[in-house]
Design a protein around this ligand. Structure first.
Ligand SMILES: Cc1ncc(C[n+]2csc(CCOP(=O)(O)OP(=O)(O)O)c2C)c(N)n1
Length: 685
């Protein structure tokens, strides 16, 4: 029995018939088989990779890319393109094959042949920034789906701001069983359903197989019911029947809610003995199996060869939306000049330095005139009051801790299903989904997302923060209640190892400002860092304002600087961050009373400091006999500043539940402890 997918797709609906997908002479099955063949060949050549998923989803992808997806292969960054997210990133060859076949210039056959090799754009899992057409880095299951929710939110918001003549596109996702088993998927699905993101369409690769074998080993969820319960429109189709796929997608175009299409597929479709089995999931099929698959599929071309007729049909699919693109160009040109310039600025992610500097200067001037003894979370809100009106691309939020995180300014309207023009998102208690959705917004473009939760829950966001860092996207996490200083909520809520854990992520900026002025400066640095995510670790408890002079420059930009100290030589250097800087200053005063000269260095960002020139680093670290690091957290990472023989005043255990001042005493993070440690080391005790 031939297992070729049905050769003729359903007649295209009226509005789509104007743009025929491809040469009618080329049957759907041949186009889908081109994907299958390339996936098999590339995995075989690389001797690693995942052929099963691309072979299983080739029919679905062919229908999507030839009939529905609005894209222009010649213009991968066209702002109004539909976004396509391959959440099941292990099936990367599906995406690479599609990009090659549809004619993305940089996705050459050579790149396909160099799948998974050093320096190629065809990395094992899709990586954002390596190949135009890859919208996001996927591989950690569930992330892509949650990114897509952010992309769909971004689309809705920008359409509300700039109008649907220039912003009117959809977000399509291919997700696997693994994506839907991950907990993050629940957060993403629930948020999407709540916000009625009707332009989000998920094609679920419902193949009943995962790595360990049949899905029934570990899962028995009815995904259609699950999505429906979250407010989605959900249906099932035969994922090898192009007519059924097409009609489900057609219906999805007019949905009033997000859409799930569960596509029943056979993993490794076409492989003679491995189809439908976990053995086709994640390793080369082997020469005999590939030969057999070619026979079953009726694919007679040599490895990596796509017959000219099939390739040209695919290329026509890649150029299908050129007309739509040209029309869009006209609509953009017809926009009011200022609006068009603003749209283009925002899509390019350009923040005017003048505007940002002006907004931060206003905050610093106010603080210099009237110093504030406030928590840095409150200082954050104070800074936001100036930043939010100046930077319309900032979209804030909180994971149900708005009143604690202080991320919502007075004027900010919440985004809702009925009105996406607001600038604040109530993410609900969904830290992981929130962080991944923020990545999606940043990837979509036009938005600088920031949001809030407690620092201790950075663990719940970490996989998404890591991906933002890997992708180099500007995503800003306000994380308050940043130490035992939060007090009575106790050790479950008191971060101890989190600063070290976040500092361990490459390309992430971790800021821990010591007062209201530093908070404003750290915001400025986070917003100016176009290619990096940031975390702002902020206090619950009030802190004195240590910087009362108006500095025109951003002093935090160098990561560490001397904030207090005697003229001339110091016997002791005390390095501290955030709430512990004021304690360090008190410690230095106690030492001065004992005739010991001590300087205090505030270290708002380890990363920025360690990136400074050696000369500056040496000068700031200095040559005092005693170096002390003070931070209400674990020591890990501090040796880079104080050396392995430096003294560390901080945490070595979890915290406790009590008023915070008592906790600082109990854990020995006090001015007295600092002075005592220094005097002991100097032999003055
Ligand atoms: C968060 C995360 N955990 C584990 C993995 C490793 N992994 C890759 S694919 C997969 C599951 C495969 O099943 P499914 O998602 O159904 O994909 P299919 O076998 O259908 O291609 C796993 C566990 C991963 N990529 N991400």
């Amino acid at each position: 029995m031939s297992i070729k997918a049905s050769p003729t797709a359903a007649a295209a609906p009226a509005e789509r018939r104007e743009q025929p997908a491809a040469s009618p002479a080329i049957a759907h099955a041949s186009m889908a088989n081109a994907i299958r063949a390339l996936a098999m060949d590339a995995v075989e050549q690389a001797k690693s990779g995942h052929p099963g998923m691309p072979m299983g989803m080739a029919d679905v992808a062919t229908v999507l890319f030839t009939r529905f997806l609005k894209f222009d292969a010649a213009s991968p960054s066209w702002p109004d393109r539909d976004r396509f997210v391959l959440s099941a990133g292990h099936g990367s060859m599906l995406l690479y094959a599609l990009l090659y076949l549809t004619g993305y210039e940089t996705m050459t056959l050579e790149q396909i042949k160099r799948f998974r090799q050093l320096g190629s754009s065809t990395a094992g899992h899709p990586e954002y920034g390596h190949a135009p057409g890859v919208e996001t880095t996927t591989g950690p299951l569930g992330q892509g789906l949650a990114n897509a929710v952010g992309m769909a939110i971004a689309e809705k918001h920008l359409a509300a701001v700039f109008g649907d003549s220039v912003v009117n596109h959809k977000t399509y996702v291919i997700a696997s069983d693994g994506d839907l088993m991950e907990g993050i998927s629940q957060e993403a699905i629930a948020l999407a359903g709540h916000l009625k993101l009707n332009k989000l369409i998920v094609l679920f690769d419902d193949n009943g197989i995962s790595i360990d074998g049949a899905l029934s080993l570990a899962d028995s969820v009815d995904q259609v019911k699950r999505f429906e319960a979250a407010g989605w429109s959900a249906s099932r189709v035969d994922g090898h029947d192009p007519a059924a796929i097409s009609s489900a997608l057609e219906k999805a175009q007019k949905s009033d809610r997000p859409v799930l299409i569960a596509c029943r597929t056979t993993i490794g479709f076409g492989a003679p003995t491995k189809a439908g089995k976990a053995s086709s999931h994640g390793s080369p099929l082997g020469a005999d199996e590939v030969k057999g698959a070619r026979e079953k599929l009726g694919w007679t071309s040599a490895p990596f060869e796509v017959p000219a007729g099939i390739l040209s049909s695919w290329r026509m699919a890649g150029a299908r939306s050129k007309g739509a693109h040209a029309e869009w160009d006209k609509r953009l040109a017809a926009l009011d000049g200022a609006k068009r310039a603003e749209f283009e600025r925002r899509m390019q992610g350009d923040i005017s330095q003048q505007v940002l500097d002006g907004a931060v200067r206003a905050v610093k001037e106010s603080l210099a005139a009237t110093p504030k003894e406030i928590a840095t979370r409150t200082a954050c809100e104070f800074a936001l009051e100036s930043l939010i009106p100046a930077l319309p691309e900032m979209i804030g939020g909180s994971a149900d801790l708005t009143g604690s995180n202080n991320t919502r300014t007075k004027s900010m309207k919440a985004i809702s299903a009925e009105d996406f023009s607001g600038r604040f998102i109530h993410y609900g208690v969904r830290e992981h989904g929130m962080a991944a959705a923020m990545n999606g917004m940043a990837l979509h473009g036009g938005i600088v997302p920031y949001s809030g939760t407690f620092l201790v829950f950075s663990d719940y966001c970490r996989p998404a923060i890591r991906l933002a860092a890997l992708m180099g996207k500007r995503v800003i996490h306000v994380m308050t209640h940043d130490s035992i200083g939060l007090g009575e909520d106790g050790p479950t809520h008191q971060p101890v190892e989190h600063l070290a854990a976040l500092r361990a992520i490459p390309n992430l900026l971790v800021f821990r400002p010591c007062d209201a002025v530093e908070t404003a400066e750290c915001w400025q640095l986070a917003l100016a860092a176009k290619d990096r995510p940031s975390v702002l670790a902020l206090t619950r408890q009030n802190l004195p304002q240590l910087r009362n002079r108006l500095d025109a420059d951003n002093i935090c930009a160098r990561g560490a600087y001397e904030i207090a100290g005697p003229d001339g030589h110091s016997d002791v250097s005390i390095f501290a961050t955030g709430s512990e800087v004021a304690i360090a200053v008190e410690g230095a005063k106690l030492l001065a009373e004992r005739g010991v000269a001590a300087r205090v260095v505030s270290v708002p960002s380890f990363e920025l400091f360690l990136e400074q020139k050696e000369e500056y680093r040496r000068a700031i670290i200095g040559n005092a006999r005693v170096k002390i690091g003070v931070e209400a957290a674990v020591r890990q990472g501090w040796d880079a500043i104080i050396g392995s023989d430096g003294i560390f005043v901080g945490m070595t255990s979890f915290g406790a539940s009590a008023p915070y001042k008592e906790l600082y005493k109990k854990f020995g993070i006090t001015a007295e402890a600092i002075a005592h440690a220094a005097l002991t080391k100097l032999g003055k005790f």
